[in-house]
Design a protein around this ligand. Structure first.
Ligand code: SF4
Length: 397
């Protein structure tokens, strides 16, 4: 049974001062937020912001990146996705290595420090034509091709950060020398979302166990890693809380989760989920605050500014400390309808909310300064050369 509201508010307060939030309190708070956000949002924000400031001061970071969707073919079919294209469509595209080089060089020239390699999951398993093309280039898998693409990008001076879906330990090992960091959104720990009619029914790579396994192995391989949760894809408030606790457990046991993204679903035309609604600004900000209370003050907590353009001030009050990657040169290919804010505009709005915006590399300062064991020698040298004494990005365009 849920605790009375007064007791719940007291426990939220205690999560700031003494004890971490326990699961039953978090579930009760998430349910309350879902059904009457106006009653609980302010206490959650107050607690989340206080913890966020304790961990990170009044600084919010951002990474200046270029988005390289190496291939937009994917063997999965998530019910909310427009990133993945049919190989016969005019929009299907796989970058050649010379295109990767050109895009990376141009991005580096205008001050980008991160090349975000975000691509579909194992398209060679589903599409014969693509598989034959890949084989013709001398590669057996997309990941083998990705390793060379990351090497080409890294040679231009930019830092690759790969998010290529579920990979094996061997594949991550091959990518590690050329990637400063990698990531995989857990999205949700709910197996229910894999059932018929749910968002991940046609997406074998969204099996939570596979994603948990890869995240754990990334820790064993000492890879600074990004995880995250997608909200609004049919999960219950309780499942949101469970997802956050799974991420917290992975972070505590591996020590390698450098950031956690809370991302809000946006419906897209032409998808089975076009009629679903985006979570309200209050639910989004309240969920970020809950994440802060569960993950603790030290975790880097991120929400994408282009997906909540009218509520940045509210998000700042939720306890986040990072806006993620923002690109001056490419669109958000996953959410093409949502333009990035300009850097000056993001800086102005962050300052208006009482915080300072600072640029980071795709790796957070504490890893560069205090955790050299996470990098091979050459990568560490490069990261140190590209960062100031505090570990923030020191290149400015
Ligand atoms: S969301 Fe990712 S895994 Fe799912 S269909 Fe799109 S590209 Fe593939």
């Amino acid at each position: 049974m849920a605790p009375p509201k007064s007791e719940l508010l007291e426990r939220i307060r205690k999560a700031v001062d003494a004890e971490p939030l326990d699961r039953s309190t978090a579930v009760a708070a998430a349910n309350w937020l879902e059904h009457a956000p106006e009653e609980i949002l302010e206490p959650l924000l107050e607690a989340g912001q206080e913890l966020g400031i304790r961990g990170h001061g009044r600084t919010i970071t951002v990474s200046r990146n270029v988005f390289i969707p190496l291939t937009n073919l994917c063997r999965d079919r998530c019910a909310y996705c427009t990133f993945a294209k049919d190989p016969k469509s005019a929009d299907a595209k796989t970058y050649r290595l010379d295109e990767v080089r050109r895009v990376s060089e141009e991005a580096f020239r205008v001050g980008c420090t991160e090349a975000l390699f975000c691509l579909g999951d194992k398209p060679e398993v589903a599409y014969r034509g693509y598989r034959e093309w890949l084989n013709g280039q001398g590669y057996g898998t997309t990941t083998e091709y990705l390793v060379d693409a990351c090497e080409v990008a890294a040679a231009t001076g930019i830092f690759p950060h790969t998010n290529a879906g579920v990979m094996s330990a061997e594949e991550m090992t091959a990518l590690r020398p050329f990637n400063a960091s990698m990531g995989l959104m857990l999205e949700s720990s709910s197996r229910r979302l894999r059932e018929r009619g749910e968002a991940h029914y046609y997406a074998p790579d969204k099996e939570p166990e596979l994603r948990i396994r890869m995240t754990r192995e990334a820790g064993e391989l000492m890879i600074p890693f990004t995880s995250g949760m997608l909200i609004g894809i049919g999960e219950t408030p309780e499942e949101r809380v469970d997802t956050l606790f799974v991420i917290d457990q992975l972070a505590r046991s591996g020590g390698h989760i450098q950031e956690v993204i809370i991302q809000n679903f946006h419906p897209k035309p032409g998808t089975p989920m076009v009629d679903r609604v985006t979570p309200s600004d209050a639910i989004m900000a309240g969920t970020v605050a809950l994440a802060r209370l569960i993950l603790g003050p030290g975790m880097n907590l991120q929400a994408p500014p282009n997906l909540s353009p009218t509520s940045l001030a509210l998000l700042v009050r939720s306890g986040l400390n990072d806006w993620g990657g923002v690109s001056p040169v490419t669109i958000d290919y996953v959410n093409p309808e949502a333009p990035w804010p300009a850097f000056r505009e993001l800086e102005r709005r962050t300052e208006e909310a009482g915080y300072r915006l600072r640029e980071r590399l795709c790796v957070y300062p504490e890893y560069i300064n205090d955790r050299p064991e996470y990098f091979e020698h050459t990568m560490l040298q490069r990261l140190r050369a590209a960062s100031d004494e505090e570990g923030y990005a020191c290149r400015t365009p």
